[in-house]
Design a protein around this ligand. Structure first.
Ligand SMILES: [Mn+2]
Length: 304
């Protein structure tokens, strides 16, 4: 409260800046992975981190649903990975270096994407620290396709690649909000064939947010968890500024109730992806993303 919200240099939630090699064990560390070389339709998620940081000016540090004050925790913002434009391989290297430094120091990265392809290098670094982890994947899309035009590393293939690499424990992992027109029945079956639990958007709407949260908690158990939140899990009415919008999605309220309902699971990292500021003239997508990341940091903060 010492300065108005529009004053000062932007970090997420006004957290102090720190270099990745200065973060502390147990710290919640906001950071960016501005890679959009994996996008297959609209592009521009490289500008996601700066937009989400700017939108976080409207987010306050106290979470009333969890009675948790994030400002009482040792937050920091470690900036963005130096992602070279246009090269997914070099982008992955930069992300592994930046996120890996945070993870190996025992801190909890809260990552602003970037497109969904960043999940692959992030999961690789989490695997190095924690072994196979549970993935809680909010998305309209399964991201379990095998390739796009011969490309095996894209935003639509990251989850399959991570399972093939052994980074994820599928039996403890779940996809939430899956929906939309497809190429055939295999679009969803391919995820179930890989061992994932799929909760479609239709199921979430029918079951409600609290029951959805209960099923996710039951699924992940005591595993270390990465929560990957593609902003297109939300309905385009709530998050229009994204790469591959799909009608019939979750509201921001649905999402916040589900996330609060996950309190107690062992969140060791989180990421919010696919925010495209160029398609977000009113800024509501970035505001939704900033609030989602606030809820995710609250989950990491609430398990100590
Ligand atoms: Mn998606």
């Amino acid at each position: 409260m010492s300065s108005p919200k529009y004053v000062g240099i932007r970090t997420f939630l006004g957290a102090p800046q720190s270099a990745v090699n200065e973060v502390l064990s147990g710290q919640i560390v906001f950071c960016g992975a501005p890679l959009d070389a994996g996008q297959t339709y609209r592009v521009g998620a490289r500008h996601g981190p700066s937009a989400i940081r700017e939108a976080s000016r409207v987010v306050r540090p106290y979470n009333p649903r969890l009675d948790l004050d994030l400002s009482a925790l040792a937050l920091s913002d470690a900036g963005d990975a130096d992602v070279a434009p246009g090269s997914i391989e070099r982008g992955f290297e930069a992300i592994r270096s930046h996120i890996g430094a945070i993870v190996q120091r025992g801190a909890y990265p809260m990552i602003m994407g970037g497109d969904c392809s960043i999940a692959f290098p992030v999961l690789g670094e989490l695997y190095s620290k924690w072994g196979p982890i549970a993935l809680v994947h909010f998305d309209a899309h399964t991201d379990t396709w095998d390739e796009y035009w011969g490309e095996r590393y894209t935003h639509g293939t990251a989850v399959r690649r991570a399972i093939e690499a052994g980074f994820i424990e599928p039996s403890a992992s779940v996809q939430v909000g899956i929906r939309g027109s497809g190429y055939g029945p295999s679009d969803v079956e391919q995820s179930r064939d890989l061992g994932l639990l799929v909760l479609t958007a239709d199921q979430v709407h029918a079951d409600g947010a609290s029951e959805t949260a209960r099923r996710i908690v039951e699924r992940v158990g005591s595993h270390p968890v990465l929560v990957h939140f593609d902003i297109d899990c939300l309905d385009p009415a709530h998050a229009p500024g994204t790469g591959m919008p799909e009608v019939g999605g979750l509201t921001t309220h649905d999402a916040s109730i589900i996330l609060v309902g996950l309190a107690g699971i062992n969140v060791v990292a989180a990421e919010v992806t696919e925010v495209l500021p160029a398609y977000d003239p009113s800024g509501i997508t970035a505001i939704a993303a900033a609030n989602v990341l606030f809820e995710l940091a609250s989950l990491a903060g609430s398990h100590g």
